[in-house]
Structure formats: structure tokens, C-alpha cells
Design a protein around this ligand. Structure first.
Ligand code: SAH
Ligand code: SF4
Ligand code: F3S
Length: 436
């Protein structure tokens, strides 16, 4: 038998790209490729890219520059660019980087093997269509052994057109996968050892199919024996339906964590961003979520320095953060993206935007420390994911998605245990296992 060919994949950006990379690796596995973590020995290098901010997109070209000598040293190495930069820039990538053999957008991954056959014949191949068929129906089944947690993409694309965002252009319109397929895939994941599934979508709570919304899908998944935990991300405030909020109160497998990006606390900026809700509406929504599940840990994304943002707008964002109390958050300086409406407007002074970002991050970090400290002495569930660095230690996530270290010499990945929190740091918790 000949040596298997080697595949190196680098993933940038969001969890949907992580999921896509796994599915592409499986598709290429069926073509005889084994994965490697050393690009220099790969026969095929795939960069699964992100276009969300300028820095992420430009990183791809510096990585391509680093691949150039590796490709020169290894005749036959092929290089492909996939993901959102591929979709957004298409042909431009082939023009800018001579080492690229293949460009394929996020909705066409099932066509990869056929494209590679053309590349082997000496062509440079490109496919950035939005084909009518579902790529996931044409990708091979999931591989045999999986860890205790897995992603499952249920929805792709976005119809919201926030004024700053490229996703509606790179991922196309909102499409929901049918519930029967998703329940099948989830059962398959559970049969391979998965105990926690995170449902993914650019607007996951816009999922709707077979007369159901996301709450219906979650309740269906919760009936699968052996599936112990369900999460979902990323949701939009305007798609947070009452039945989904209710599920947080009465569906025990739905974990008490919600990432609900608000971006800004200023109504003027929210309007300019085309978010289609006010700060007060967001606060009301948070109150309803907390009424259903008082101990829920809340997370959000924030953009500072959006065009036109004044000091008063920024203070309104800090006020909103103080009013909510987030357990976790991501924050970014606004990055003007080609083709988006906001990119036409004059930006905020970069030094001002940087200072605001620092002030915002200091407040969010203090809230995160407070949320961690509030866990002290509490009893929570932890799903072990892997051994820790210390002997006898296991690492996993709490119900609230916080990293937890537990001394448990008999523990193994996949164990779902009850622990009491004994120590807290900004990014992790220490805990003792409770007696069964
Ligand atoms: N669909 C999700 C997230 C999409 S991108 C949602 O609507 O929440 C993830 C985050 O990147 C966004 O929430 C936003 O905070 C940030 N982001 C998107 N475009 C950006 C831009 N042009 N500049 C800076 N941050 C941006
Ligand atoms: Fe982008 Fe807005 Fe859609 Fe989120 S909801 S993906 S931020 S356009
Ligand atoms: Fe980036 Fe595309 Fe995800 S732009 S954030 S990889 S949807």
C-alpha cells in the first residue's frame, strides 16, 4: 500500500469554520488523506479563512508568504484557500498569491475532491458559487471516534445585514438544515462518544424548519439518550423567541449560558448599525431570560469606534454593560470592511477608539472576575474533556461554560460529574469532586 497523502488545515475565525474544517478533513480522509500538523510535509494545505476584520483577512496573505518556500521545497504540494476570504475575494486571491492552486467558498466544500482532480491536471481551480444543494448532504459521514463535545451546524448565512458586517455576503442568505437530518447527525455523534453538542449558526436562533423553531429542535435533541448537554451559538436578540427563553427555564439539558451579542448600548449607534433593536429592548430581553433561568451566565460581543460614535454613545455602552453584568465577552475595535455600508462613513480617530476599547475591556474583565468569584462554594456539573497538566487532574467545562480543573485520579474524558468550586481565577476555576 502507498503512503497516505498528508493534509494540513489551518482554521481562522468562528466555530462554523472549525466545524467546516472537521467536515473537510473527513471528506479528504475518504480520498486517502491523513491529517498532519506540519505544513511542510503536507501534500495539500488548506487555509480555512475569516473575513470579519481586516487583520484576520490580511493574516491569510502573510501565511501564504510563509508557505511559499515550503511549496518550493516539496514538489507536488497544493495550496487551497477556503472559507470567507475565499468567498469575498475569489479571483483576487489567485492574482495576489501565485502559490494558491485552489479557491473554494464555504458553500461548495463537497466539490473539493473534484476540484483537486482538476488541480492535479495543472489547473488553478475556483468555486465561489452558492449552489442549491446542501454541502453537508454531499460530504461523507462523521469519523469513528470523537471527543465528549462536538459542534453541529444547524443554520448558515445571515439576512440581518448589520452595517459593519461581511457575513451576509460571505455566507449568503439564511438557510436552516432540516430537523430529521440534524437529529440523525446528533444520534450519530452520541453513538461515537459525544455527550455535549453545541448547535452552530451565524444566527442560530433564526433556525426554523418543519414548523419548528430552535426551541423545538432543542427539545427533540434533549430526548436523545446519552446526550447530556445542549448549547447554541451565536444568537441575535431579535430572534430570541418566547419558547426559546422558556426552554432555558424548563429543559435541564439546555445549559445556563447564553451568548447574545448587543454590539453597543447607544440607540443612535444601534440604529446606524442596523441592529433593529434599542438598548432598552435588549435589557428587557435579558430580564426575561434571567426570569426563566436566574443563574444563566451571559456573554456578548461589542464593537467600539463604529463610525459616528461619540463619547456619550460610548458611555451608553458602558452603562448597558453595568446594567447587565456579563460573565464573559468579546470586544473589538471597529474594522471597516469593503462592500459594507458602514465602510463608506468616516471612522473614529484610532487613538480614541483604542482608548475606548481599553476602558471597555477593563470593565468587562472586572465583571468576568466577579462572575468567577461568585462561583466559589457552588455545586455545578462538569464534563471532563481531557487530562490536566498536573498528575491526576482533569479539565472540563462547567454548566456555565467556565473551564474547571478537578483533582480526580480515576476521572476520564466524557465523565459528567458534580463538583464544588474551591478556587477562582479569571480564566479558570478549581473544584473538588463531590461524592456520588
Ligand atoms: N452572527 C453573529 C456574529 C458574527 S461575527 C452575531 O450577529 O452576533 C462576530 C462578531 O464580530 C460580531 O458580533 C461583531 O462584534 C464582530 N464584528 C463583525 N464585523 C466587525 C467589524 N467590521 N469590525 C469589528 N468587529 C466586527
Ligand atoms: Fe453579521 Fe449582523 Fe448577521 Fe451577525 S447578525 S452575522 S453581526 S450581519
Ligand atoms: Fe469569519 Fe466567516 Fe466566521 S467571516 S467569523 S469565518 S462566518
Amino acid at each position: 500500500m502507498s503512503e497516505p497523502k498528508k493534509l494540513f488545515i489551518k482554521t481562522y475565525g468562528c466555530q462554523m469554520n472549525v466545524y467546516d474544517s472537521e467536515r473537510m478533513a473527513e471528506a479528504m480522509g475518504a480520498e486517502g488523506y491523513a491529517q498532519t500538523d506540519r505544513p511542510e510535509e503536507a501534500d495539500l494545505v488548506l487555509l480555512n479563512t475569516c473575513h470579519i476584520r481586516e487583520k484576520a483577512a490580511e493574516k491569510v496573505y502573510s501565511d501564504l508568504g510563509r508557505l511559499r518556500p515550503m511549496k518550493a521545497a516539496k514538489p507536488g504540494m497544493k495550496i487551497g484557500v477556503t472559507g470567507c476570504v475565499a468567498q469575498a475575494e475569489g479571483e483576487e486571491i489567485l492574482r495576489r498569491s501565485k502559490v494558491v492552486d485552489l479557491v473554494v467558498g464555504p458553500q461548495s466544500y463537497h466539490r473539493l475532491p473534484a476540484m483537486l482532480a482538476r488541480v492535479a491536471g495543472g489547473e488553478r481551480a475556483i468555486d465561489t458559487e452558492f449552489p442549491p444543494e446542501d454541502k453537508f448532504d454531499h460530504l461523507p459521514a462523521r469519523k469513528a471516534q470523537l471527543g465528549p463535545t462536538a459542534f453541529l451546524t444547524v443554520q448558515e448565512g445571515c439576512d440581518k445585514f448589520c452595517a459593519f458586517c461581511v457575513v451576509p455576503y460571505t455566507r449568503g442568505a439564511e438557510v436552516s438544515r432540516p430537523s430529521a437530518r440534524l437529529l440523525d447527525e446528533a444520534r450519530g455523534l452520541v453513538a461515537r462518544g459525544v455527550r455535549e453538542i453545541t448547535l452552530l449558526g451565524q444566527n442560530v436562533n433564526a433556525w426554523s424548519a418543519d414548523g419548528m423553531g430552535l426551541a423545538g429542535l432543542i427539545r427533540g435533541l434533549a430526548r436523545i439518550d446519552g446526550l447530556e448537554r445542549i448549547r447554541y451559538t451565536t444568537s441575535h436578540p431579535n430572534d430570541m423567541e418566547d419558547d426559546l427563553i422558556a426552554a432555558h427555564g424548563d429543559e435541564p439539558k439546555l445549559m445556563p449560558y447564553l451568548h447574545l451579542p448587543v454590539q453597543s448600548g447607544s440607540d443612535r449607534i444601534l440604529k446606524a448599525m442596523n441592529r433593529k433593536h434599542t438598548a432598552a429592548q435588549y435589557l428587557d430581553l435579558i430580564a426575561r431570560v434571567r426570569a426563566a433561568r436566574p443563574d444563566i451566565l451571559l456573554s456578548s460581543d461589542f464593537i467600539v469606534g463604529f463610525p459616528g460614535e461619540t463619547e456619550a454613545d460610548f458611555q451608553a455602552t458602558l452603562d448597558l454593560i453595568r446594567a447587565v453584568g456579563f460573565g464573559q465577552a468579546y470586544s473589538f475595535r471597529y474594522s471597516a470592511r469593503p462592500g459594507t455600508p458602514a465602510a463608506e462613513k468616516p471612522g473614529v480617530d484610532p487613538a480614541v477608539a483604542d482608548a475606548r476599547l481599553q476602558a471597555l475591556q477593563a470593565l468587562l474583565a472586572a465583571q468576568q472576575r466577579a462572575a468567577q468569584a461568585a462561583m466559589l462554594g457552588r455545586e455545578v456539573g462538569v464534563l471532563y474533556e481531557k487530562p490536566g497538566r498536573l498528575p491526576g487532574q482533569m479539565v472540563g467545562k462547567s454548566d456555565h461554560l467556565q473551564a474547571v480543573h478537578v483533582f480526580d485520579p480515576t476521572g476520564k474524558p466524557g465523565d459528567l460529574v458534580r463538583v464544588r468550586i474551591t478556587g477562582t481565577e479569571t480564566n479558570s476555576l478549581a473544584a473538588d469532586r463531590m461524592n456520588a
